[in-house]
Design a protein around this ligand. Structure first.
Ligand code: ADP
Ligand code: MG
Length: 339
């Protein structure tokens, strides 16, 4: 079982500032598997291209060596396979299988959290593969140190190779991605139309793809050319929703940009002032500008408790009265988020 997605290649991946490091690391691993970037650990929010990149490495390895055993699987599948092996008394087959691979790609390893037996098994597999110089690529929706319910020894090992963040794509990259996808679908997407979609759909690449698909379908069914009129019509509900609501996503991105830190820093456990203060500002803005509950807001900041959000809101309220920098920052951010 190899389950590599053929279309997830380096050729089909659009490079941008947000994914530059991850792409460079992935290419490096494709050239020198099992070498110094082992494991390659990619982390970041949903729909940003982590899965695509890990398959791209797999496909590249496969192209170099067609009989290489490249195994891709989701971490939940690893857990399920292990449970089954335990039930069938076949755990030694399980071990043998995972240790016989040339490369092991495990997606979304946050699902290993609290699965102690799976972590134990994976720990031994990990050590065996590292020892054997077999490449591992792991992805996660957050920085490994911040996965609650994951053993310390695993967290520390995940950092032995190279850990790289994938950030949300900036406008130019979103435009480039749309143009590329349109070209692949042999669709004529005028640049101003691509720009319009990219400006409005800002959350992640998956959403962007979804929006483009809808536009293409509607052009197809109405036999019209794609223009801004057609886009407005076919994405009406989506755009209305966007206009009405400042999303948590948007707040996090805007705040990170404003303070010149990474969105990933806002989600992280880092407590240094340069990160903690912006995080509190972002939480307070989220409370003020969205209808999300405190637990929901806490959740979107790397799974924090609602009391943390409450504390942030109080702190920022107080600082806006006593600290002119924070007052100014908050005012600027409010303005850029609501106009
Ligand atoms: P993640 O694993 O980070 O949630 P995926 O790798 O599943 O994200 O990406 C979501 C979709 O967006 C996929 O269809 C993928 O091909 C596409 N995608 C993401 N980033 C890029 C990129 N830089 N260039 C082209 N397509 C991309
Ligand atoms: Mg993924």
């Amino acid at each position: 079982q190899q389950n590599l997605v053929d279309s997830y290649t380096f050729d089909n991946f659009v490079e941008g500032k947000s994914n530059q490091l991850a792409l460079a690391a992935a290419r490096q691993v494709a050239e020198n598997p099992g070498d110094s970037y082992n494991p390659l650990f990619l982390y970041g929010g949903v729909g940003l291209g982590k899965t695509h990149l890990m398959h791209a490495v797999g496909n590249a390895l496969k192209a170099q060596k067609p009989d290489a055993k490249i195994v891709y699987l989701h971490s939940e599948r690893f857990v399920a396979d292990m449970v089954k092996a335990l039930q069938l008394n076949a755990i030694s087959d399980f071990k043998r299988y995972y240790r016989s691979v040339d490369a092991l790609l495990i997606d979304d390893i946050q699902f290993f959290a609290k699965k102690d037996r799976s972590q134990e098994e994976f720990f031994h597999t990990f050590n065996a593969l590292l020892e054997g110089g077999q490449q591992m690529i792991l992805t996660c929706d957050r920085y490994p140190k911040e996965i609650d319910g994951l053993e310390e020894r695993l967290k520390s090992r995940f950092g032995w190779g190279l850990t790289v963040a994938v950030e949300p794509p900036e406008l130019e990259t979103r435009v480039a991605i749309l143009m590329k996808k349109a070209t692949q679908a042999r669709i004529n997407l005028p640049p101003d139309a691509a720009f319009f979609i990219a400006q409005r759909i800002r959350s992640n690449v998956r959403e962007l793809e979804g929006a483009l698909k809808r536009v293409i379908a509607s052009a197809h069914f109405t036999s019209k050319e794609i223009d801004i009129e057609l886009i407005k019509e076919s994405l009406k509900d989506l755009l209305a929703l966007q206009d009405k609501q400042v999303s948590l996503d948007n707040i996090q991105r805007t705040v990170a940009e404003y303070y010149k830190i990474k969105v990933a820093d806002l989600m992280s456990r880092r407590r240094s002032r340069s990160v903690a203060r912006p995080r509190q500002v972002a939480m307070a803005l989220a409370k003020e500008l969205t209808n999300h509950s405190l637990p929901e807001i806490g959740d979107s900041f790397g799974g924090r408790d609602h009391t943390t959000v409450l504390h942030a809101c109080r702190k920022i309220k107080e600082l806006r009265e006593t600290n002119s920098d924070i007052r100014e920052d908050y005012k600027n951010l409010l303005r850029s988020l609501t106009t």
